[in-house]
Design a protein around this ligand. Structure first.
Ligand SMILES: NC(=O)C1=CN([C@@H]2O[C@H](COP(=O)(O)OP(=O)(O)OC[C@H]3O[C@@H](n4cnc5c(N)ncnc54)[C@H](O)[C@@H]3O)[C@@H](O)[C@H]2O)C=CC1
Ligand SMILES: CC(=O)C(=O)O
Length: 392
């Protein structure tokens, strides 16, 4: 039924019903739309259903959404079942899989290479699932960037916090004081997270080294930071040296769509000083540190292994929801509006960046790196969607 609705929509006969469920991940207070975003959908003739209290954690109350033109729905199931497109922030959790159905459009962070069960559920239920993090414009990931800026800035703050003795750390201040050395911060991956971590760590007075695989990126970092940082080429030898010296190690590597490479081995972690801290921001793609075997939560963010404090929260920006919701929706809404206004087929035909966002469609995995990492056949998105259209 919903596939038919989408087709009619593409022919210009229908407006779309957009659903915004309340996020349910641990301490996830972001929401996928602001009242300002609602007004844009309403102006284009769409309906917006927001789950009751979905925006409270980000400082938007139900009345704000109603004043913007949305309807408040007091039931998670009704939001999912009535909507043709669901906008979320985090990947659906298991309790949400029951709402998947053929032709439903889901637009959210997915990180499927690290979520095989979710990938399988979306595939089996023929959901058209678009991931914020695989939409790419030239060499940038515009719907990941703002959350990477947030998480990168947080990583240095969090590292400083857990280096305190009272939080399990070795009891040092990032900046040191006159007559006492500052802390050594090693950042592996010099993209958006790495750059933002470096800005904060430099600001807090640390001795910062960034390791990256791209010589061009290392050159850019050198231009940005000059003598405030050191740069090093990524290889196992350099990583081993720098991990050993690090008081704070930040994981910030990304290979778009793919599972993160395990660049920091257990042997390397064993060489770190007791009370050193690892913040693996790349955990949402599986993480780059071998000793991290599970994702942690804001409620219980760290564990200790080989004397080292490990932090592996996969929704770090959820802790600063007001900043994060506004930053995220600033960049997501223009894309979700295109899907609502044009229908999925036309929207991706006219926007190659958006096309790269489609991870699953009509029972197929439509993103190559995910298919490869999870052992599925890769099917191009046009081919998968064309199957839907011709079958109806
Ligand atoms: N835990 C959380 O709450 C959050 C996690 N993230 C994640 O942080 C990770 C990094 O994201 P961005 O900085 O936006 O990505 P990015 O694409 O801007 O940067 C990644 C960097 O890794 C480098 N790289 C690739 N392979 C490497 C290797 N073998 N050694 C060293 N460097 C290598 C690339 O050259 C690039 O400079 C992603 O997994 C992203 O999803 C982002 C936001 C929140
Ligand atoms: C990038 C991501 O997964 C987050 O902001 O939670």
């Amino acid at each position: 039924m919903y596939v038919t609705v989408s087709i009619k929509h593409e022919l210009g006969g229908f407006r779309m019903i957009i659903g915004i469920p309340k996020e349910i991940k641990n301490n996830e207070n972001r929401v996928a739309i602001t009242p300002a975003g609602v007004t844009l959908f309403i102006k284009s003739g769409h309906k917006v259903f927001v789950e009751k209290d979905a925006g409270i954690g980000s400082g938007f109350n139900n009345e704000d959404y109603v004043n913007a033109g949305a309807e408040i729905i007091d039931n998670t199931k009704d939001v999912w079942n009535q909507a043709e497109m669901i906008l979320k922030v985090k990947e659906p959790l298991k309790s949400e899989y029951q709402f998947f159905r053929e032709g439903l459009i889901l637009f959210t962070y997915l990180h499927l290479a690290a979520e095989p069960e979710l990938a399988n559920a979306l595939k089996e239920k023929h959901v058209i699932a678009l991931a914020y993090e695989t939409i790419a414009v030239r060499n940038t990931l515009p719907l990941l960037t703002p959350m990477s800026e947030v998480a990168g800035r947080m990583a240095a703050q969090i590292g400083a916090q857990f280096l305190q003795k009272t939080n399990g750390g070795q009891g040092i201040l990032l900046a040191g004081v006159p007559g006492v050395s500052c802390a050594k911060v090693t950042i592996i991956g010099g993209g958006i997270v790495g750059t933002n971590s470096a800005k904060m760590a430099i600001g807090l007075g640390a001795d910062v080294t960034i390791i990256d695989l791209s010589a061009e990126r290392l050159r850019q970092l050198d231009d940005i930071f000059g003598s405030q940082i050191k740069t090093l080429m990524s290889n196992p030898y350099n990583i081993a040296q720098l991990v050993k010296e690090a008081d704070l190690l930040i994981g910030a590597v990304l290979i778009p769509g793919a599972k993160a490479p395990k660049l920091v081995t257990e042997e390397m972690v064993k060489t770190m000083k007791p009370g050193s801290v690892i913040v693996d921001v790349a955990i949402d793609q599986g993480g780059i540190v071998e000793t991290i075997d599970h994702v942690t939560t804001h409620d219980n963010p760290t564990f200790i292994k080989h004397g080292v404090v490990h932090y592996s929260v996969a929704n770090m920006p959820g802790a600063v929801p007001r900043t994060s919701t506004i930053a995220l929706t600033n960049v997501t809404i223009p894309y979700s509006l295109q899907i609502a206004n044009k229908g999925i087929s036309k929207a991706i035909e006219e926007n190659s960046a958006l096309k790269l966002g489609v991870n699953t469609a009509n029972g197929e995995i439509t993103y190559e790196a995910i298919a490869r990492d999870l052992g599925y056949e890769y099917v191009a998105v046009e081919k998968a969607l064309n199957k839907t259209l011709t079958a109806n």
